[in-house]
Design a protein around this ligand. Structure first.
Ligand SMILES: [Fe+2]
Length: 193
């Protein structure tokens, strides 16, 4: 049975970026191949329902690789990346809402795309999206970005007004952890309202 090693995964992605050319397409091939075997990833990273919601596997100016878990019911605000992104789902489902940028800096909903286990999406550097997991399952994904995800200036947009504001990664973590905490509570017998 094929195995998965996250350090080898990162090394492969870095090699793809360093080879030049269409490195996002090369990374997509790697992520495609990797999420095609969800049980191998699970054997390496463990049970997604108890893992941290965001784990950094690599961050540098060349590349960021993250393991991300979307708890049941989470609905993250719209944001951009300012770098290409490749997102592969190895368990569960995520609903992407894409937005159009308006001249005044706000955004408006445009198209949507649902991705499920073994699906991979490649996003251009100007894409604005929000991500939700409307299911009762825990969604798990590999995210690879073509730059430094945490320090590159980025934008997020208010859910209520679609007004732009500076991207705050701590707010993302808090949103994920709060959704995880309520999902875990809902799983405790007798605690369900
Ligand atoms: Fe994103």
């Amino acid at each position: 049975m094929a195995t998965f090693d996250k350090d080898e995964f990162v090394a492969e992605c870095l090699a793809a970026v360093r080879s030049g050319g269409r490195s996002n397409a090369a990374v997509k091939e790697i992520v495609d191949r990797t999420v095609a075997n969800p049980s191998a990833i699970e054997a390496e990273v463990g049970d997604r329902t108890v893992s941290p919601m965001m784990t950094i596997w690599h961050r540098s100016d060349e590349l960021t690789a993250l393991h991300i878990v979307w708890p049941p019911g989470v609905d993250l605000f719209a944001h951009d990346h300012n770098m290409w992104a490749v997102i592969g789902i190895y368990g569960g489902r995520e609903d992407n809402q894409f937005y159009r940028r308006l001249e005044d800096g706000r955004i408006e909903p445009h198209t949507g795309k649902t991705i499920t286990q073994r699906d991979v999406v490649m996003l251009g550097s100007d894409v604005v999206h929000s991500v939700a997991n409307p299911t009762r399952e825990w969604t798990a994904a590999l995210h690879v970005y073509g730059g430094e995800f945490f320090t590159t200036p980025r934008t997020m947009w208010s859910k209520e007004t679609y007004e732009p504001m500076p991207f705050d990664v701590d707010f993302v973590r808090q949103t994920l952890e709060a959704a995880a905490a309520s999902a875990r509570l809902a799983d405790v017998p007798g605690e369900r309202p």
